[in-house]
Design a protein around this ligand. Structure first.
Ligand SMILES: Nc1ncnc2c1ncn2[C@@H]1O[C@H](COP(=O)(O)OP(=O)(O)OP(=O)(O)O)[C@@H](O)[C@H]1O
Ligand SMILES: [Mg+2]
Length: 302
């Protein structure tokens, strides 16, 4: 197969693993920076140009679209789809999961467990917003936050009010969420490929911290999932339409609660923790989806 990895980080661990796995399995790999691509959409013959030249046809792409370039990146993935190139994660699925609220709304509509979550634009009724999610202690999150930055635990109603007021005063979008105390500073990352959880790890916050992000000093270890956790992770990825996803959940007294579904899951933490070659499994999945019964590569009309 001719595979393109859409990434702005050719040197990143995940990119290199995917590249190496694909080469090892006999594929030709090109790394493409999405921001250097420009597209011709005004004809019956869609094309993509890259730094002055038209790109050749690829059989498949692996989009690794960062949050800061979601709009342009997903447009590019869509353009590849219009050219009948198979994408492990389709553009629409990336868009669905990238918008955290849209993701949670979709999951809740299908009965997937979530922490009770409120969302507000204006500070007009903070008291009711807090009451709506069950009162303090509660977690307040910047919608655009990542690696635990902008995730605050407010222990009291007073603290919650001040933090919400401050965030909304800055005109940023926030989520207000029930604090899942019994998760004990730990969360679970499930790596889903197709219909399977291929690897899972627990991340545990360091002492005195409730955020388990590895970037905040959290430690990871391999974990055995319950059947319900496994099913929930698979369902969450499926509802997003993602074939390759990182599903984050909290263990609670009422079962697994999904926090987020990630369409460009990082591979370093999960591979080092579990020893599982997730990158190779992703490439194999693509092969299976692009190979017909007689062994020829198919082009899937997306
Ligand atoms: N409702 C909650 N109850 C208990 N702990 C939580 C809750 N929400 C988040 N946490 C803890 O805080 C950590 C960071 O939260 P979250 O994953 O939502 O934000 P982020 O890591 O900054 O964003 P992203 O995962 O999109 O990069 C989680 O990994 C989890 O350990
Ligand atoms: Mg997180």
């Amino acid at each position: 197969m001719k595979i393109a990895i859409l990434t702005r980080g050719p040197q990143l661990y995940s990119t290199r693993c995917l590249q190496e796995a694909a080469i090892q399995r006999g594929h030709e790999v090109t790394l493409i920076n999405p921001l250097y691509c420009y597209m011709n959409i005004a004809s019956h013959n869609p094309s993509i140009h890259y730094r002055g030249e038209e790109l050749p046809r690829f059989d498949a792409i692996i989009p690794r679209i960062g949050a800061s370039i979601t709009f342009y990146g997903t447009a590019l993935v869509r353009q590849f789809e219009m050219m009948h190139t198979y994408s492990i994660n389709r553009s629409i699925a990336i868009t669905r999961s990238r918008d955290k609220l849209r993701c949670l709304q979709l999951l809740s509509s299908k009965g997937v467990g979530l922490p009770i979550t409120g969302f507000s634009h204006s500070p007009s009724d903070i008291t009711d917003l807090i009451a709506m999610v069950g009162g303090a202690p509660l977690v307040i999150k910047l919608l655009e936050g990542t690696q635990g930055v902008g995730v605050v635990l407010a222990e009291t109603t007073k603290a919650a009010e001040s933090v919400i007021e401050a965030f909304l005063g800055l005109r940023v979008n926030i989520m207000v969420q029930e604090y899942i105390r019994e998760s004990n500073g730990a969360d679970i990352r499930c790596l889903v490929i197709g219909n399977k959880v291929v690897a899972a790890m627990e991340r545990k916050a360091k002492a005195g911290e409730f955020r388990s992000n590895l970037h905040r000093g959290g430690k990871s270890k391999i974990i055995k999932l319950t059947l319900q956790e496994r099913k929930t992770a698979i369902l969450a990825a499926k509802l997003m339409g993602l074939n390759f996803a990182g599903v984050d959940m909290l263990r609670s007294d009422r079962g697994p609660l999904i926090m987020e579904v990630n369409s460009s899951p990082g591979l370093e933490g999960i591979q080092n923790t579990t020893g599982i070659n997730v990158a190779e499994m992703a490439i194999k999945f693509m092969e299976e989806n692009l190979t017909s019964k007689d062994g020829k590569f198919l082009v899937i009309h997306s």
